[in-house]
Design a binder for this molecule. Structure first.
Ligand SMILES: [Zn+2]
Ligand SMILES: [Zn+2]
Length: 258
């Protein structure tokens, strides 16, 4: 099996351990063929996106760190990337970032409803899922993004699987198919541990129900399994193996390389 990871953080985001080199070293240790560094995008004038990300002033050195690792570790391909939330007013900035990187990941951690930002880890209402799915549809149509991270993150706090979940899943899958975007099975949701919901005990994400719809109704959608590691030790941990096993068991159309 070809080992790769395209969703990797580092310490400048203020909630991860280890610098760029520490993650690359870990990947080399496990004989990875490729690692994509994809930390949270910094913003200049968008405080609503929070402080758990690098400062805009650090972006250039983040890129430089990746370039240094590319030179120092020729035995592995190191890619330059960012994990972004999309809003229409960011279109020019995202276009610029795409030009400066090998690929961009969309991770819609926030949606805007009535001028207020709501984070996807705390959705509890059907209308929030509708907005989330539409927001993703709009973002993927820009063709700026190669991967959609944890598309099923909306299930983190959502009390039970319902029609809104099914509709959101189908809308997201269709958008991925239409724009040739890869959907991500995200191992970091498994690291959060099983939780109790109204309809049973499950991991916050990946959602078995979400991915079953993908497997049954959208079998050609490309899927990638990513670690979303915030610690070098998590790059290829037991949760990553669980995520790979889940993708295999559900017979998803898994690709190993971008
Ligand atoms: Zn993070
Ligand atoms: Zn991430």
């Amino acid at each position: 099996m070809l080992l790769t990871n395209y969703h990797t953080h580092h310490d400048r985001c203020k909630h991860a351990k280890g610098d760029v080199e520490a993650y690359v070293k870990e990947a080399v240790k496990h004989n990875y063929a490729e690692i994509g560094m994809s930390c949270h995008t910094p913003h200049q004038n968008f405080p609503q996106m929070g402080t758990r990300r690098m400062d805009y002033s650090e972006l250039a050195t983040y890129f430089k760190d990746i370039e240094q690792a590319q030179k120092k570790y020729p035995q592995i391909k190191v890619l330059k990337a960012l994990e972004c939330e999309y809003f229409p007013h960011l279109h020019d900035y995202m276009t610029e970032l795409k030009q400066q990187t090998d690929y961009l990941i969309l991770a819609q951690h926030y949606i805007e409803i009535d001028g207020k930002f709501k984070d996807a880890f705390h959705f509890t209402k059907p209308e929030q899922l509708n907005v989330y799915a539409s927001c993703i549809e709009e973002a993927l149509a820009t063709k700026l993004f190669a991967i959609l991270a944890h598309p099923d993150v909306f299930m983190t706090l959502y009390p039970r699987w319902d029609e809104a979940c099914e509709a959101a899943t189908r809308q997201i899958a269709q958008a991925a198919l239409d724009n040739d975007v890869i959907l991500e099975v995200n191992a970091n949701g498994l690291r959060r541990g099983k939780q109790t919901y109204q309809d049973g005990v499950r991991y916050p994400y990946p959602s078995e129900k979400f991915w079953s719809i993908i497997a049954n109704e959208f079998p050609t959608v490309k899927v990638i399994v990513n670690s979303d590691c915030h610690n070098p030790a998590y790059l290829n941990d037991e949760y990553m193996q669980m995520a790979r096993d889940m993708a295999k068991r559900l017979n998803l159309n898994v690709i190993e390389r971008l």
